[in-house]
Design a protein. Structure first.
Length: 270
């Protein structure tokens, strides 16, 4: 169950406040000194939470991509991490902050090198940049990931070109995003620069966009207006759609899934 309060401080501030208090209250008591058992570099991921619509799939994809780069994920703090992972937090070589608004201040309190993502790994360009930067910091090879990303780009282009020949889309299609600052920036950048779509910057409840990326609450409110749009969930709470297989909107696989959602959403309106 995930509450959707409309009062008190915002979610991001609350998350980081809890993060800082956990470091102060629990870190010194529970964190063990490094007991490295592998020679491969390790990273901790910071900023993911149960608010993410596809948390399990996001974690699976990020771990898979790091593995391609010969890097292990040590702990994904506050995102279904185990007590053992928490106590071994200091085994990592680098803290990776995915959502700056949720961990950029807290990470500076930890005596460990850190990397703050400029954008989320949403889309091919952002994913390639993040992993290239991290591989450079940890002296590992990013080329297997770049090769996979190139193949995924080719696959996406094949379908994008087919749909464009039929309908002229997704170029020029309007979209709106509701979410964290990192999400709004990252999704908008991918849709605008890679897919040629146009962002509607009106208040989310006043949007006339063809595609709306938000949580189920916002999508449900917009549907009461009987507006002809396609709602795509990026955060919890959800409409209750059951995912038997983990899905993700992050990384290489997530880029393809997002393009799939965009194309099917637009085609459903024709």
């Amino acid at each position: 169950m995930l509450e959707s309060p409309g009062y008190s401080i915002d979610f991001y501030t609350g998350y980081e406040t809890a993060f800082i208090e956990s470091i102060k209250q629990l870190g010194s008591k529970l964190w063990k000194n490094s007991t490295r058992k592998t020679s491969r570099p390790k990273v901790n991921l910071l900023g993911l939470s149960i608010w993410n619509r596809y948390l399990d799939g996001d974690l699976k994809e990020l771990k898979r991509l790091f593995d391609l780069c010969q890097i292990d994920v040590n702990c994904c703090l506050f995102a279904n991490n185990s007590l053992e992972e928490f106590t071994n937090f200091l085994d990592a070589d680098l803290n990776v902050v995915l959502y700056p608004e949720m961990a950029k201040n807290a990470v500076r309190l930890i005596d460990m090198p850190y990397y703050i993502c400029e954008n989320l790994p949403i889309g091919f360009d952002a994913t390639e940049k993040i992993f290239t930067d991290i591989c450079n910091l940890l002296h590992t090879d990013v080329s297997p990931l770049l090769e996979e990303s190139a193949r995924a780009r080719a696959l996406s282009w094949f379908h994008l070109d087919n749909i464009h020949q039929i309908s002229g889309r997704p170029n020029g299609a309007s979209f709106a995003v509701e979410g964290s600052p990192s999400q709004i920036t990252s999704y908008s950048k991918f849709f605008s620069e890679y897919l040629g779509m146009i962002e509607d910057t009106a208040d989310i409840l006043e949007t006339n966009a063809e595609l709306v990326f938000a949580d189920a609450n916002t999508i449900a409110i917009l549907k009461t207006r009987h507006a002809p749009f396609c709602g795509i969930e990026i955060n919890n709470p959800s409409m209750g759609y059951i995912d038997l297989l983990p899905k993700t909107q992050m990384g290489v696989t997530g880029s393809l899934f997002l393009i799939e959602q965009v194309l099917n959403g637009l085609m459903s309106r024709i």
